[in-house]
Every structure is written in C-alpha cells, then in structure tokens.
Write a protein that binds this ligand. Structure first.
Ligand code: HEC
Length: 434
C-alpha cells in the first residue's frame, strides 16, 4: 500500500512482465550455454588444428555477441522497469533482502559484458591461450549471474527457513535453489545446442556442417538424460499447494501447460537425437528453427507455470501478489484499506463507485483486469449482488490462489456495487439478473 498502482489495460501487469521476461530468460540462458560452447569448441579446434571449425566459431561469435548483449541487456533492463512498476512492494522487498546479491550480480554482469567484447574483438588479435581464457572468464561470470539470480527467483517460491530466521543465507540457499540451478544449467546447454544448430545450417562445406550439427546435437542429449530426474527433485521441494496447482488442482490449464511443455521437450530431444546427432546430413535450417521455436514455447510455458503456482503470493508465505502481507491481511481485517494506501486517485471518497473502483485497483488489479486477461467481469457475469458479496467474504476459500479480501464493510459494499454495475455493461448472453 506504499506505492502508486500502475494499471496495465487489457493484458494486465503480470502478462506484461511475462512478455518482457520470457524472451529475456530465453536469451539469458543461451548466453551462458553459448559461453561454454564457444571456448570449449575453440579448444577442440586448436587441438585438432581444425582451421575450418575455427572460422565457423569466429563468425558465430559475432551473431552470438550481438544477440546476447544487445537483446539480453535491453530486455534485462526491461524486466527491472516492468517489475518495479507492476510489483513495487515486492521489488523493494527483494532489493532489501538481497542487496549484496544484486550488487554482486551486477559486477558479474559487467565482467560478462567486457569479456564477451574482448572475446569477440580478440579473435586473431590475442594469442590462442589468452583468447581461450577470456572465453572461459565470460562463461564463468555469466554462470555466476545465473547462480545469483536463480537464488532470488527460487526464494520467491520457496523462501524456506528465511520466513523465521530472516537471514539472507537462508533466503538464498532456499529449498528449491539447487535443483532449479541444475535444471537451468542444463537448459543453458540445450539452448547453446539449438543456437549452434541454427548457425551451422549456414555452413557451406558439408563435412564440416555435419560435424558441427552432430556436436550440437550432443549438447542437447546431455540435458535430455539429466533433466527428468532433476525435475522430480525440484517438484519435491515445492510447497504442497504450489505442487497441487502445477499438477492440475483447481486450475486445469496449468496441467495442460505442464503436459504440453513435457511433450515439446520430448519432441526437441527427439529431433536432436534422430535428426542432428544420428543423421546430421539430413538436418536442415527449417528444422533448426522449428526446434528453436519449440524451445521458446517450452521456456514460456514453464516460466509461466512457475509464476502461476506461486499465487496468491508474490513471495511465498510473505507477501500476496497485491502487495499486502498475510500479517496486514489479519491485522487490517474490517479496517478501511484506502485510508492505509499512500497513493490513491482521490483523497476523499464522496462517490461510492469511485471507492469501489479504487478498492479494485488497490487489491485486485495485480491479478485481474476488468475485461481483458483474467478479466473479472466475465468471471462474475450473471452474478447477483449477494453472490458477489459472498465471494468477497470468502475470496481465499473460493479459489485457493486468491488472498482474502481486506477492507471495511463500506469498501466491500462499494466494490460489490461497482462490480455489479460494471458487469451489467459487459456484453454477453442475456441473463435474468433477478
Ligand atoms: C493473487 C492473484 C489474485 C488476486 C489478488 C485476486 N484474484 Fe480473483 N482470481 C484469481 C485467479 C487466478 C482466478 C481464477 C480465474 C479463472 O478461473 O479463470 C480468480 C477468480 C476470481 C473470481 C471467480 C471465482 C470463481 O470461482 O468463479 C472472482 C469473483 C474473483 N477472482 C474476484 C476477485 C476480487 C474481487 C479480487 C480483489 C478483491 C480478486 N479476485 C483478487 C487471482 C486473483
């Protein structure tokens, strides 16, 4: 309640974060896997005195650095922009809890960028041994920033002992941190493999292309074998209610997403084994792009599910998605919410409709739009006032992924009236509302 509410029309704030974050996550993971692929393959090429392979790596570095630095950095800043505006309270909490982790991450990121540029400009200018070392420095710093960010992301879903101890170590080394780090590291290898499948499809010389395609296919095989058991371990560390949500529970669409992403992963690995690894001579650019698109969809779906199963919390057990804490929800029961909010649209509430709308903005708009994504009006279409009021009385029981309603009786009534009026304007089949 300490920040202004930023309403994102039609798609809602959560979806906006997803639209910026998913492409970023995709490229950021590629940045790490690619960072291992390049120097490792370069080392191989030196050992085998393979000039053709070195030439391929030199030209791939250019594409790689462009994609990773420009796209990665722009979307990375975009994430800060969106999360700070959509979830200011949660962003503030994460900054407070993890201040030195963020600071370290920014240093790692700086080293990563500098190393990437030196690696790129260093082809043919640096001695091979130095160039290789720069490449590995790039990889290690990129992986360290994954290590750090992963600790913060997993904390949001499984804060673990931090809830009692408030120690940053407990927050960082939380229950799902290790399995998630392992899974994400495997994903970086797979994405590097996919990126190389695309860039190698341009190689003219056939023997070389087959060799690289096969090698890239291997980068997909390793995660294929190691990820399924790690996924089970990861799931086991989640809170019971989050696991319940992921496996269907009250939101079947999530189970559909989970199942689809497993099927798509199987397809990706199928293509890379039978296509790239076993029959590199038949592997083509369109197939490489298809694999990349499947991987992008899978990233989107899995990140989406990971965010969705955290509801009603933004930080599990500590802060609800609308910025209220469970403690505030208990203590402020029956008290006026708008009077607690530091920023409201109007200082005084003479008009009951405005009050209802303001309660919606403060308390519901972090998850609901009115008639766009997760729109409230279609959900309550045809409900009478008693039904809406009952829903508000038992919001957290109605659906486990909503926080309880907080506010005075007057505010609850105003919200009910306002929602009822708004729902009447929602186009839909005629309903006898008596
Ligand atoms: C943490 C996110 C979140 C918050 C905050 C939230 N909701 Fe929801 N709400 C949801 C989700 C997710 C659904 C399920 C939508 C669906 O089934 O399509 C839902 C469903 C509903 C439904 C339909 C329930 C049903 O069983 O049909 C109502 C009514 C509702 N919300 C009202 C509200 C109101 C009013 C507020 C604010 C006081 C609010 N919600 C705040 C996430 C939230």
């Amino acid at each position: 309640m300490n920040f202004p509410v930023w309403e994102v029309p039609i798609i809602g704030g959560g979806m906006l974060i997803g639209l910026v974050a998913i492409p970023h996550v995709f490229v950021a993971h590629l940045a790490i896997g690619g960072g291992l692929f390049l120097p490792l393959t370069e080392l191989m090429a030196y050992q085998q005195k393979d000039e053709a392979l070195l030439n391929f790596l030199r030209s791939t570095t250019r594409t790689f650095v462009l994609v990773v630095l420009v796209f990665g950095a722009v979307t990375g800043v975009g994430i800060w922009w969106t999360i700070a505006l959509v979830h200011p309270s949660a962003t503030s909490s994460l900054l407070h809890i993890f201040l030195f982790v963020w600071a370290t991450e920014w240093v790692a990121f700086l080293v990563e960028i500098v190393a990437a540029l030196v690696y790129y400009y260093g082809w043919d200018r640096l001695a091979p041994a130095v160039h290789l070392r720069v490449g590995f420095i790039y990889f290690v710093s990129a992986w360290i920033s994954l290590f750090l960010i992963n600790g913060i992301l997993t904390f949001m879903l499984t804060p673990g002992r931090w809830l009692e101890t408030r120690s940053v170590w407990d927050a960082f080394f939380n229950p799902s941190m290790m399995p998630s780090l392992f899974l994400r590291t495997m994903i970086t290898l797979a994405l590097a493999g996919i990126f190389i499948l695309i860039t190698s499809s341009r190689v003219k010389e056939e023997a070389l292309r087959h060799r690289i395609t096969k090698w890239a296919g291997l980068w997909l095989m390793i995660p294929a074998v190691l990820m399924p058991p790690a996924l089970f371990i990861y799931l086991a560390t989640l809170p019971e209610s989050a696991r319940h949500l992921a496996l269907g529970g009250p939101a079947p669409v999530l189970l559909v997403l989970v199942t689809t992403s497993i099927v798509l992963s199987a397809l990706i690995f199928g293509f890379s084994y039978w296509g790239a690894y076993r029959r590199p001579q038949h592997f083509s650019a369109p197939l490489a792009f298809l694999v990349a698109i499947l991987a992008f969809l899978t990233t989107g779906m899995t990140e989406w599910v990971r965010e969705a199963i955290r509801k009603p919390y933004v930080i599990y057990g500590y802060m609800f998605s609308n910025g209220l804490t469970p403690q505030q929800a208990r203590e402020w029961q029956g008290q006026s919410l708008v009077s607690k909010a530091k920023f409201t649209l109007q200082p005084r509430w003479t008009n009951q409709d405005d009050l209802g709308k303001e309660v919606f903005r403060l308390q519901c708009s972090s998850c609901h739009t009115l008639s766009g994504y997760n729109g409230l009006l279609p959900l309550i279409y045809g409900w009478d006032k008693e039904m809406i009021q009952t829903a508000l009385d038992r919001l957290h029981q109605l659906r486990g992924f909503m926080p309880p309603f907080v506010g005075s009786e007057e505010e609850k009534k105003a919200l009910t009236e306002w929602l009822y009026k708004e729902a009447a304007t929602y186009p839909g089949p005629p309903i006898d509302r008596q």
